[in-house]
Design a protein around this ligand. Structure first.
Ligand SMILES: Cc1cc2nc3c(=O)[nH]c(=O)nc-3n(C[C@H](O)[C@H](O)[C@H](O)COP(=O)(O)O)c2cc1C
Length: 178
């Protein structure tokens, strides 16, 4: 039976896991789990960054970012980008990743990730909170021909997971495009 729970934070703890993405801006990389699409039309996504992060400083300044989807084989690189700060180390070099200059943004995206998305910031949510959300309109997309969603990662409460099984339905892009 479902009962009232004392700790309000547990409402967040109970959520399903979130996708692991690598946020790039300028020549820096950061891991984010606070990530979601924002709108289908225009295609936009949003990412939540804590204000003390170097990435927050860079996105606030450049008003753009890249979203790169890593694979389960890139966990070691994810650990580097998700624990060290670009204030102290050059993460492309440290993680052995290749910066590729964006087409529509001045910042770099990651060559080794099967999906990269270039975004221009259209809105910053300045409501007080642990994470500040940047909404980015998608300006360019790169997808590896061999990309399979099952190779991407989810994260929650210290655990990395793969996406999991299909239990019903066939993938249908048209549903979202209407
Ligand atoms: C799986 C994972 C998810 C993370 N999600 C976020 C997030 O959504 N927002 C955030 O501000 N930091 C998040 N972090 C922490 C940053 O990636 C980390 O503090 C990073 O070193 C910041 O780098 P920077 O100082 O170069 O910006 C996450 C780390 C990991 C490992």
């Amino acid at each position: 039976m479902k009962v009232v729970h004392g700790d309000l934070f547990d409402g967040i703890i109970a959520l399903p896991s979130f996708p692991v993405v690598l946020v790039t801006v300028d020549m820096n990389i950061m891991v984010a789990g606070a990530f979601h699409f924002y709108s289908f039309k225009p295609p936009s996504i949003m990412v939540g960054i804590k204000p003390e992060k170097y990435t927050y400083e860079l996105i606030s300044k450049k008003k753009e970012f890249g979203i790169n989807i890593p694979t389960k084989d890139q966990l070691e690189k994810i650990h580097i980008c998700g624990t060290l700060s670009g204030r102290d180390v050059e993460k492309y070099r440290k993680a052995g990743l290749t910066p590729r200059k964006g087409n529509m943004i001045d910042s770099y995206i990651i060559e080794e990730c099967p999906v990269s998305i270039e975004c221009k910031v259209v809105h910053e949510v300045d409501y007080e909170g642990s994470h500040r959300w940047f909404i980015g309109e998608i300006k360019e997309v790169y997808i590896d021909e061999d990309y399979v969603r099952d190779d991407s990662l989810m994260f929650w409460l210290g655990q990395f997971r793969t996406v999991g099984q299909v239990i019903e339905g066939a993938a249908n892009n048209d549903i979202l495009r209407k």
